[in-house]
Design a protein around this ligand. Sequence first.
Ligand code: UD1
Length: 360
Amino acid sequence: MLVCSVVGARPNFMKIAPVVLELLRRQVPHLFVHTGQHYDDSMSRVFFQELRLPAPDVHLGVGSQTHGRQTARVMEGIEEVFERHSPNLVIVGGDVNSTLATALVAAKRSIPIAHVEAGLRSSDRSMPEEINRVVTDHVSDLLFTTEESANRNLEREGLGERGVHFVGNCMVDTLLQHVDAAIAKEPWREYGLEPRGYALLTLHRPSNVDIAETLDRLLHTIGSVSTRLPVLFPVHPRTRRHLSSSPPATRGDVRLTEPLPYLTFLGLLARARIVLTDSGGVQEETTALGVPCLTLRPNTERPVTTTRGTNRLVGTDPEIILECLESVLAGHWPTGEVPPLWDGRASRRIVDIVEGFLSS
Ligand code: UD1
């Protein structure tokens, strides 16, 4: 029996890490593949170190490409891996191109697929991730969900009978395991910031950063935010590329940094006064931590963060963003509650089910 886990891009690492570590703890024979979709040290290697992940057994080195080429390169590389090792189950996570590519190849070779973080839907097909989510779910055999909306989405798409397991959130397993150590590092000090005295910003969605006028307008609003409290902005490589043609906010106090290691970012998240983001994972992390979050998108595939958590969808409208900021600063923001099963045990539930599946 061989289980193969495949990761490729930054958000995969914290989702799949606790599953891989649990498989290894139980001595399940395991092959660990990195596609190389993300390859900078700051986007990849540092996460392996901090999450104490073993080095990948196979690295496909696909790098950055157009969506078609990137997906195709992962497909070619992963097919060779499957030919050589014949795994009995493949585990993929999230919604990046590496997830889709791996799932397509596994499905065509009749290798059962387990999808960690299945069923999330933004209903926005202009997001590349939405296509990846839908296709991956439809070819998967074990669908591990993080919130009840995902179960309903899968049911609606006719996948309800298909091995759907509501297990909770693996990214929160990783968060709970590391948050105390992350806070103990007091990462805000390096930036001259005080706990609860700063905003943390992340921006990397193509819809926000690829079009110069949209990015300019957003950064102007962020400049206004930073007249109320300093904004720390770790800049994703995609955004960095576009910033070189579009100067950063000119007023207020916006501090740009390179992409941050996991523990540094987690410590900063945990003690931020407010977080502004277009990331999927950060919406969940802020809800798990009870930190106010403004999501700079018109929709979310993680609605539990808005119905139960601390997250609000604000789009890119400056007035709404600044109004919400004032509410947070005035202390008028729901503290939220942690969604069901975000309890640090999701990966154990997953490995229980995987072991049952393999022995059946
Ligand atoms: C990808 C995922 C997205 C996820 C994000 C997290 C897809 C479709 N998108 O988007 O869902 O939220 O990762 O980061 O899979 N680059 C580097 N170094 C790296 C990686 C990328 O410089 O290590 C640059 C390259 O210029 C590349 C660009 O960033 O062209 C975008 O990278 P890519 O992997 O295509 O997509 P992301 O925007 O990172």
